[in-house]
Write a protein that binds this ligand. Sequence first.
Ligand code: ADP
Ligand code: ZN
Length: 810
Amino acid sequence: MTIYSSHIAVAVALPVEGSYTYGVPDALAPLATPGKRVLVPFGRRRVTGYVLGETVPSGGYAVKRILDVLDPVPLFPPEMIPFFKWVADYYMHPLGEVIQCALPGGLNVYDRLTVSATPGGLTVFEAGGRDLTPLEREVMTRLKSGPCRLKDLRERRVPAALVQTLEDRGWLVREAVLQGGVARPRMERFAARGDGTPPASLSRARRDILALLESCEEMSISDIKAQVPTAPRLVRAMVEQGLVRVYEKQVYRDPFGEPIPPDTPRTLNPEQAGVVAEVDAVTGKGFCPFLLAGVTGSGKTEVYLHLARKVMEKGLPVLVLVPEIALISQMERRFRARFGEAVAVLHSGLSAGERLDQWQRILNREAAVVIGARSAVFAPLDHIGLVIVDEEHDTSYKQGADLLYNARDIAVVRAKLSDAVVILGSATPSVHTCYNVRTGKFRELRIRRRVASRPLPEITVVDLKKVADTRGARRFITPPLHAAMTAALERKEQVLLFLNRRGFASFPVCAACGEALRCVHCDITLTYHRLAGVYRCHYCGYTRKAPCDCPACGPAPIKLLGMGTEKVEAAVKALFPDARVARMDRDTTTRKGSVVRILKSLRKGAVDVLVGTQMVAKGHDFPNITVVGVICADLSLSFPDFRAGERTFQLLAQVAGRAGRGDAPGRMILQTFTPDHFSIVAATRQDYEAFYKVEIGFRRALGYPPVSRIIQLRISGVDPEATRETAEALGSVCRELLQQEAVYRKWVTLLGPVEASIQKIAGRYRWQMLVKGLRIGPLRRFVRAVSSAAPNLFRHPGVRVVIDVDPYFL
Ligand code: ADP
Ligand code: ZN
């Protein structure tokens, strides 16, 4: 048995618990530092693992050794390891997979060669160049103009031995560089060279290329190709002719686009100043969690900017989380206007390469502020001073696949482990966070007034039950909404119409037999999308070309019942033929940058009416919108979820906040079938207190979070029988365990297994079980005990069991 002088703990990226101990051969010892990837033997496989730190083997078993260290530099600061461990433990997820999920994709390392910077490297070559073989000369000439990948030289048939010779002479240096693994065009550029007088007999294409380069010194080959298609084929010959040179330039791929003009900090009003002072007093002095509650347009973002500056002045970085990409662009603009280059962004809208570059900038401490969507909670920052979670109530903070974390919740944990201050900000705080305030876990900060005392919009409720049976477009745009829109458009103001459902018709039924068109994979009706000319399933994406036959009775006209944003858009166009209408929902924003484009044309005044889903409800600042119409407030109430009331209140209050953010006062017309529902009543009065009181009463009575905690076990499979059997078997294991252990009986309540409210999605049958109780600790212990008592059920070949701690949709 080999004895190694050092041992490390490694988390492997496999579905296994905890970490493993490996021996480190002496040659690798200085390299195997925390935060790097290593290649390790695992069973009969070789797998990637992450170095957590040194450890002492517990003895009694043979320790295997690591095979290689894969990274030149750590991929995350070692300070983050306790955070990863916390997340893995809390969500019962393998540690290695947590780290894998946190890191940007496409991490690759390649060998890069540069001409040695030591005195002599180049001069020796230039003076003694005569002794070189032509190939050696070519390599040196190539490298003189900039670094080059070893791989590229190999592709040009340069033998490894030749490179080795040059390295041995001390002319070349080899270094390992971290690089994105996506195939992007190489960043090689041309530059004009020589005395500027090209040889006379040049082809048209070559002259065009030189002309291009004259105008801008250097360009990427792909940009040149756009204008001179044959350029890539001419590169080599032109280099040989001495007309251009080609070199590789290491640039951070810029995700930002156009530059942002700088702005100056506003003078805070007394309420804002009070908040800044209160938070500033505790930053840098340990963990402190705040809720910042302030109505929309009360200047919360301005408060974030002021606080960020103060924290940055203390030399500490700031992490800002925003629920979704559409809102990042706005937050990013305001932060970049204030802090310029110090801002980094991390979100899924970046290409893999851009994301990796941002990751490296943060890792190299070149960014003092990181703004991002939920995954940015894993940004490789150390010693964070301030964490801001904006729109903290937003459900997008919950990740719905793989590692089922809630970024808002773990942002608080991250702050705690970094001794940082954390601010959860919202105009409509989640019941969860408010509960934390009332129970003393969080401190509350409030901004009661809107900036410049802009009043909140006046709200008119329209009872859809009482609207006379009008047909066509007027069913969605009732007379009061129509009148308000007409007046606003006459005043050249803008209108926002909100409906929380996309598509044209959500309930297409056969006119002959009444049968609804359903998805073949899901237990759900299809939605008709008029523009695309298809029926589509909003759960699995299944599409069926329109027109189509009724599945029950064959050729028959299909009635397009149920509404969606596309139908509202059509209604607006019919009633206001002169208005310029835009639509913002998931269908119109699939392409990168489309959200920003829509928002821009709105801001420019190129749009009169914007129709949208909840995407428009969130946080955007639209100064010229004076009328907001809610087409049907009830849609989110019909969700089979205990948070339906909360979500409805938040959506309505947020949508109302979009009106009257400029100088003109705003109005909201709220159409609903249930004007007496407490969520709707509270939203029309913007009365959070009233809403919270009723809602927390329900939660208490029914034992729902935040008063209790829940772990959901989701069982799904393609075979309905096997799925049901697994669900029931799991249920019996749970009940047996409750029988055996009194502690579990005391702390754990079991609900189910039952079929999920949507019984089939994407061809998988679904069951669920709820594990409920006052404290999360015993619930987690219970679920762990179940999974070790019945490991086969958790690894059943055809059936998947997913553990969701703090689930969002029940
Ligand atoms: P919130 O984030 O709460 O919605 P914002 O910070 O976006 O509010 O502020 C709303 C608007 O008021 C923005 O246009 C912002 O620039 C402006 N604003 C915020 N604070 C001030 C201030 N102290 N003085 C003047 N304008 C302000
Ligand atoms: Zn489907």
